[in-house]
Design a protein around this ligand. Sequence first.
Ligand SMILES: C[S@@+](CC[C@H](N)C(=O)[O-])C[C@H]1O[C@@H](n2cnc3c(N)ncnc32)[C@H](O)[C@@H]1O
Length: 232
Amino acid sequence: MPHLDIRLKTVAKQIQADCHADIGSDHGNLLVALLKTGRIKSAIAVENKRLPFENSQKALKGLRGEARLADGLNGIAAGEVDSLSICGMGGRSMVTIMESHPDRIPSRVVLQPNRDEDRVRRWAMQNGFHLVEEHLAWNRRPYTVLTYRSASGTDPAYDEMDDEAAFMFGPINIRRREPAFVDQLIREHQYLCRLTRLNDSSHKRFALIASILDQYKIDASRHSISDSKWDP
Ligand SMILES: C[S@@+](CC[C@H](N)C(=O)[O-])C[C@H]1O[C@@H](n2cnc3c(N)ncnc32)[C@H](O)[C@@H]1O
């Protein structure tokens, strides 16, 4: 069984399917773990680079899985898989992959963007995917794991939410208010307070964090965060 770090373990817990595809499979560890634990029955690894493709191929040898050398969703046909994951890339690349073949996206999708999560959340809202779970996996820094199901109508996760704050920080995270999430907001707020100048995107984040902390009735300047797991 390959070792999965906490980020990929968090992703794995969100997946249960007959046939699952992992785009950008690299080492192939996620699919091997899913197959060996019985969470999926068969797997397709898609890689657009030769070496990671060969690594995925080797990792899946002897298992009910195959590796394909292809760009994103070009590697699978419409209706071929019932679940999909993309992990460890930027949100913009994920959206580009998804937008290239919307008809090939199955009804269950798990996405772990390394940055620009807001892009992924906007894509989901505009393309009929509802957020059913959202987790922060801490591995030196927080990684967001987003679990989606295709559904009609407006996404209830965003009910009574400030959309801008929810796109940036996550509607479930904001509502759930876990200590690690609140600490992260306070830490980033304190960090941004120390900067002498903020660019437009930092200024926007600062205002959104301030509005969430205000909603929680938390004064960030009165908090000392002892845990130094993450420094933006
Ligand atoms: C940083 S690695 C992440 C690997 C693994 N998913 C993880 O989370 O540990 C990103 C992988 O995605 C692959 N990749 C990037 N763009 C891709 C695309 N359009 N189609 C297929 N694979 C892609 C890269 O070759 C690389 O192996």
